[in-house]
Design a protein around this ligand. Sequence first.
Ligand SMILES: Nc1ncnc2c1ncn2[C@@H]1O[C@H](COP(=O)(O)OP(=O)(O)OP(=O)(O)O)[C@@H](O)[C@H]1O
Length: 616
Amino acid sequence: MKAEMSGLLQIAKEKKGLLTAASLLSTVSSLLQIAPFVAVYKIVEELLLHAQSPAGIDRELITYWGVAALVALVAALLTLYVGLMCSHVAAFQILYQLRVRLAEHVAKVPMGYHTKTATGELKKVIEVSVEKIEKFIAHQLPDMVTAILIPLLMIGYLFWLNGLLALVLLVPVVFGLWVQARIFTSELGRNAFRDYQFAVEEMNATGVEYVRGMPAVKIFGIKADEFLTFQRAVSSYRDIALRITALCKKPYSLFYVLVSSLFTFIVPIGILLASGQPGNQAFAITFTLFLIITPSLSVPLLRLIYVGGGLREIIEGNKRIAAVFAEPIVAEPTAPRVPVAYDVAFDRVSFAYENKESKDYKPILQNVDFFAKAGEMTALVGPSGGGKSTIANLLLRFWDVQEGTISIGGVPIQEMGTEKLMDTVSFVFQDVHLFYDTIEANIRMGNTSASREAVIAAAKTACCHEFIEKLPLGYETKIGEGGTYLSGGEAQRLAIARALLKNAPILVLDEATAYADAENEKKIQQGLIELVKGKTVIMIAHRLSTIRAAEQILVVNKGEIVERGTHDELRQRNGLYEKMWQAHVSAATWKLGANHTDAHKPEMRGEAPANASLLY
Ligand SMILES: Nc1ncnc2c1ncn2[C@@H]1O[C@H](COP(=O)(O)OP(=O)(O)OP(=O)(O)O)[C@@H](O)[C@H]1O
């Protein structure tokens, strides 16, 4: 528990000043909330002391205590208000910093962390657990201070007035709290509350998935109750909610009954004590005050349980946040080296993906060895699943290799520092991710300090300026807002504009034109011609026609480079590449009902189709 709390306190330390102010103000407010009871006591005392001769009542004293009670009440509300303001400001600032730091941290952990499961967990941490911290700091922390302090102060004051009567109140309160605390601290209770939190988060996450997957739901006619994951999450939430209810109902009912009926303990005992001393006026006054204060004790005590539940949730959430921060980041060199040349060398690289759950390793690459000369194009081709994308991803240190070295200009990438590496290498993926932001911001991601003119120039070269200008707000149009979405080809061109703006000396292309239609492909190719000029290009090609002119073609099969050379050299070898080329050519010329034995077609004479290579 102590260790769990320390992470939470660590977060709270960030805004020590504001949180101290919030707690102090809550304390002052609690003290001021007791003041009206003292005032009532003083007034009742004065009235009872002069019950036989009302003329002797000190009206000024009564007015004084009346005004004092009013002032205390107003001051209590004011301090509570200012305290809540402080706690809210602190909470939102902590929330902001926490999210930024979480985002910064996860950007630094190796890509191996970002499996589907981890991404889902991370989403839950950022969306749910962090949000709970806000609720805790803004509301529950001040509530907790008042819920603890007010009963303590009240009971302390009652003890000062009459120890015996106060003890009569204290016994059921302590017993009720003990019964409740046992639930929160027992192994059974802890597990149940942890499972409850998981169930709530799971239900939220699968609910969002369900809504997001609405196209598939509609196409395949899946109904809500058939959407198994969501249904399972809802049932599991129901089960755990019922389990918690069963676990808590008896202790909570007992606590509730005890705390709400303190009156029933104090009245008989008070009457019993009063009947033994009929002339004791002082006792009568004290007893009256007990009768006034006792019902007011129940409210903060009942709130304490609600705060206790919140605390349990925040501890659980904090554990998850701590687990994300505990994830090791990519190791950075102490003295980063800067390459002066931009050739890329893979030196006997072997690599296996780690399965995070089973901790097993799945070998993918064996002894991959190649040298990509600066300013030239090296193409990676080969059957699906051979390891081409893995090779490209390793160049960005998305994963670290288990054996061998990857270097740029003779400098191993581990010695370069991530920032420099990212500045040196640009990527254009097949699946472009566009952010929910303006077109301009999406292009500018390539170089955040680029001028507007530079953004437009890059967009023009990548053949996107024309379609951007047609959008309702041009470069200011937000993607995804007001029904503005881009086609796959347009998104590709935007990604090329990004890469153009970044202007990194090494470029990795995961064949950008794979899904484009003829019109789009032509435009994308035009953008690419500008993009690759003078760069070290590593291109993953699915359509061989696009890399015919590459200076070096590497054929990757089952994690190994099985052939290497130029297009002509590889064709002459008559190996895997030649087979792939033949398959490519017949696929490119295949038409429904066509006579595929047509010997007059250029492809059949071993030439590429007319539109094959637009790049070179
Ligand atoms: N993150 C990952 N974790 C575990 N295994 C992976 C991961 N990414 C890829 N693999 C596996 O590594 C192997 C090589 O995949 P890779 O994507 O590098 O091949 P590829 O040659 O680029 O395939 P394609 O041409 O279909 O894109 C595949 O068996 C794939 O399942």
